[in-house]
Design a protein around this ligand. Structure first.
Ligand SMILES: *Cc1c(COP(=O)(O)O)cnc(C)c1O
Length: 235
């Protein structure tokens, strides 16, 4: 199948999952996870109707930006972000999905301040409490949200999670439901920026229909659009 066919299929699946949940398909953003893809493949995906690309690695983001590969789309940063690489991402990514510590939050606010802009961010929550994964605890997310609200150069748009890759269909639904509840709780506690909280980033190739059933507003899909990738090495 061509990228165009994959994009069409994924969009149809998203729309069907939304309708099955009584939701408007227009509420859900498809973000193409473009890690390891070439400039050319990214351009093809955008020509096929992808409006948001998500990058994991600063190096790939920088190279694709330099090549103009994202022309016609937005780019988000969805991978683990080291504080010392914040400069290469702030002001370049429309949304940073992976904020999970006070130190990183402060570094983003400070860099955005230097550039005179407001950086949109999500807090990444390690909702399954997995040792090996990034993301903060739900409790820390509440604290970080309160901190972010007091900052001039970040705008908290919502939450993101990467639950375990599970062989069982439907196994991640409780994690997605817990994320949805946390999102509602955090939004409810915000003093004045509740309206900015409009993004719940969850769901990947294996489980995006379930994530949509549980309230996802943005799904990050790689394999179902581009086919299998070689395994990732640690950054
Ligand atoms: C790779 C990646 C995805 C997409 O994964 P697939 O299973 O290939 O759809 C989504 N989110 C993040 C953060 C990723 O690194």
């Amino acid at each position: 199948m061509s990228i165009q066919e994959h994009v069409n299929t994924v969009k149809e699946t998203i729309a069907a999952a939304a309708r099955a949940a009584g939701r408007d398909p227009g509420e859900i953003t498809l973000c193409a996870a473009t890690k390891v893809q070439t400039d050319d493949t990214i351009r093809q995906a955008i020509a096929a109707g992808i409006a948001v690309c998500g990058e994991n690695r600063v190096q790939e983001l920088t190279a694709h930006l330099a090549a103009g590969a994202y022309a016609g789309a937005q780019v988000h940063f969805i991978g683990h972000l080291q504080t010392n690489k914040v400069k290469q991402v702030v002001g370049k990514a429309a949304l940073i999905h992976s904020v999970d510590s006070q130190r990183l939050l402060q570094a983003i606010d400070s860099q955005a301040g230097k550039l005179g802009l407001v950086q949109d961010i999500l807090l990444e929550v390690n909702i399954a409490g997995e040792e090996s994964k990034g993301g903060c605890t739900p409790q820390e997310a509440e604290e970080l949200a309160a901190l972010a609200e007091g900052m001039d150069h970040v705008r908290l748009r919502g939450l993101m999670a990467i639950p375990p890759v599970s062989p069982e269909p439907g196994a991640n639904r409780p994690f997605f439901a817990a994320m949805r509840q946390l999102f509602v709780d955090i939004k409810g506690k915000m003093a004045h920026n509740q309206d900015d909280m409009d993004c719940l980033s969850m769901g990947m190739s294996g489980d995006y229909a379930d994530a949509i059933a549980e309230g996802s507003t943005l799904v990050r899909v790689g394999t179902a659009l581009f086919g299998p990738r070689p395994p990732m090495t640690k950054q």
